[in-house]
Write a protein that binds this ligand. Structure first.
Ligand code: ADP
Ligand code: MG
Ligand code: ZN
Length: 602
């Protein structure tokens, strides 16, 4: 199919052949009779030449033939002196022009061949999609992988994600069972998580487990394509996938393609937007019961176009987080299957030494260890090799700020325990869902996740105060445990300050302003935030501003005192939770409340 669209050297050869053929036909049909110069002289003497046009080399004209019919003729001139001489000897003679036809042909063919050759080389050099000529369906080519060998067993440490994906596998195996009941599965599943945590691997495992074809394509591939090709490719992708359902379409690095369509200062559509548009159209247009599941992966969900996350598109998001201690151990085990380990290797110790590393990093460690052993000529990989590998990998990552030392880890453990404890002992605060000190990036070294037990749209003053307390909990706990503050609480403090200020200036909960709201921010509702400049906050008189600042400060100080009281009352628990957290790195809500000796509310 696609051959027809490709540029081919045979077209040129065919064209030349046609030109040659036509030339020949024209030459033989319209061309005058060619006679020799001696014949011409002969006719001349017989007065049989009616017309004559004398050119530099050729003479053409009309003569009468033997039956006295008029015929066009042509003859090549011979120098008159020579002609006279020759005639005397009764020789039949004629003029001859060397044929310049081939020479002419080559003189224009060779440059053409040269051009075509250079063009061809350049197209090859630039890779697929570069040549304008090659804009065609051949660029839209997609192909499916069959018989993928990856299984869920090859992915470790992401049990929650796996659990959620099992349902998808069930659906792909027996779509009838689901559709018979009229159930609707998510069309799109978005895997989100830091790089190297196994998102790509998981999606392949889903295809492997279900035994279905796997169409994979990367968001960044689309971006480098020529205008229109990306959209064509998306169309082709969905067409083929529907034909081969049940199957999986996997779009890796969705963020490259699905960046929010901002208000571009330059204006107009670009290629990426067109492709994204086409993707949205295709996702809307197909029936989820057809058995095609669209999966995508990204490590930057926050920049995705909101349209992608709407219901009926990527409406299910699955978090693929960095592994905790047990997860790291499991991942090390998976990859250790492939190498020969010495008896002294203790994967537990390696897992303990590597908080914050991703699955890809861990695989790297084992690989590095194997290389070190091979270099030393050992037949097994020893613990010493692996320890050195850890040092090397950590050393490399330290430069990228991704490793925290034990002292920092301790600080983070107390900090997060502080948040969690304050949340637990503040009436009306949201329940603690998860506490983690697995670093997730440069900014977040740990986190305490709270989940409301019910949907809330309004908050009372006391609930807002509770929120302030929880925010301050981390900082106060650090101060209590170590006697000094760290920079880790900067973000908490910012959020607490913003919240407190909002209470005083927007919600009318303060004394200075009373029931007056000052900050009037007309944020656009349907446009991305920050795309339009907010109008400046209303000016306050210097006296009022000073009073407001004073009230803000005293409010926060008051809350800090309250938090200190809570944590002092439960000092023993603070130690306990922090200690447990240091060991396990992650505590879920249940484990946390059990430590506190509290009832589980759910
Ligand atoms: P992502 O797509 O999330 O950036 P990948 O799936 O490409 O990460 O992971 C890269 C490699 O790291 C995988 O091929 C695998 O060998 C290893 N890896 C990452 N996460 C895991 C995991 N959870 N279990 C086992 N191996 C993993
Ligand atoms: Mg990936
Ligand atoms: Zn905090």
């Amino acid at each position: 199919m696609e051959r027809h669209h490709k540029f081919s050297i045979w077209y040129v050869i065919f064209g030349i052949w046609v030109v040659l053929l036509l030339n020949n036909i024209i030459y033989t049909s319209i061309a005058p009779v060619r006679i020799s110069y001696s014949d011409f002289l002969h006719k001349l003497r017989q007065d049989k030449i009616k017309e004559l046009a004398i050119g530099e080399k050729v003479m053409t004209g009309i003569m009468l033939d033997d039956k006295n019919r008029e015929v066009r003729f042509a003859t090549v001139r011979v120098s008159p002196d020579l002609a006279k001489e020759l005639e005397g000897h009764n020789i039949k003679f004629r003029g001859e022009i060397e044929s310049t036809f081939l020479r002419n042909l080559f003189s224009w063919m060779i440059p053409i061949f040269l051009f075509v050759g250079i063009w061809y080389l350049m197209m090859k050099r630039l890779g697929p999609g570069a040549g304008v000529m090659s804009f065609s369906r051949s660029q839209a080519k997609v192909h499916a992988e069959k018989d993928i060998q990856t299984r869920f067993d090859d992915v470790a440490g992401v049990d929650e994600a796996k659990e959620e994906l099992k349902e998808i596998v069930q659906f792909l195996r027996t779509p009838e069972r689901f559709t018979k009941l009229g159930g609707r599965l998510p069309k799109g599943v978005l895997l989100v998580g830091p790089p190297g945590t196994g998102k790509t691997l998981l999606s392949r495992a889903v295809a492997g487990e279900a035994g279905v074809p796997f169409f994979s394509i990367s968001g960044s591939e689309f971006v480098e394509l020529f205008v229109g090709v990306g959209a064509a490719r998306v169309r082709e992708l969905f067409r083929q996938a529907t034909e081969r359902a049940p199957c999986i379409i996997f779009i890796d690095e969705l963020d490259a393609l699905g960046k929010a369509r901002g208000i571009s200062p330059v204006g107009g559509h670009d290629e990426r937007e067109q492709t994204l548009q086409q993707l949205l159209v295709e996702m809307d247009g197909f029936d989820p019961r057809s058995g095609v599941i669209i999966m995508a992966a990204t490590n930057r969900p926050e920049i995705l176009d909101p349209a992608l996350l709407r219901a009926g598109r990527f409406d299910r998001q699955i978090l693929v987080d960095k592994p905790d201690l047990n997860g790291r151990r499991a991942i090390l085990e998976v990859h250790a299957r492939k190498i020969t380990l010495a008896d002294d290797v203790d994967l537990d110790i390696l897992a303990q030494r590597t908080p914050g590393l991703s699955g890809a990093d861990l695989e790297n460690i084992l690989n590095e260890g194997a290389l070190l052993a091979a270099r030393a000529g050992r037949s097994e990989v020893t613990m010493a090799d692996l320890e050195e590998a850890v040092d090397r990998i950590l050393g490399g990552l330290e430069k990228k700020n991704r490793v925290i030392n034990p002292r920092e880890k301790q600080t983070v453990a107390y900090h997060e325990s502080g948040h969690a404890l304050v949340a637990a002992y503040t009436p009306g605060a949201d329940q603690v869902h998860k506490i983690s000190i697995v670093p997730r990036g440069i900014s977040a070294l740990g986190y305490t996740e709270q989940r409301p037990t019910e949907d809330r749209y309004l908050m009372s003053r006391s609930e807002l105060l509770g929120k302030l307390d929880v925010l301050l909990g981390g900082r106060v706990a650090e101060k209590m445990a170590f006697g000094e503050l760290s920079t880790g609480a900067a973000n908490d403090l910012q959020r607490a300050t913003d919240l407190a200020r909002a209470m005083l200036t927007q919600y009318g909960m303060g004394k200075t302003l009373g029931p007056v709201a000052v900050t009037q921010r007309n944020q656009p509702v349907f446009l991305p935030q920050d795309s339009v400049m907010a109008p400046p906050a209303q000016e306050l008189s210097p006296a009022t501003a000073a009073a407001l600042d004073k009230e803000l400060k005293s409010l926060l100080e008051e809350r800090e005192a309250q938090v200190e009281k809570i944590l002092t009352d439960h000092r023993d628990l603070l130690e306990k939770v922090a200690g447990e957290l240091l060991q396990k790195e992650v505590l879920d809500g249940k484990e946390f409340r059990k430590l506190l000796g509290l009832e589980d509310k759910q």
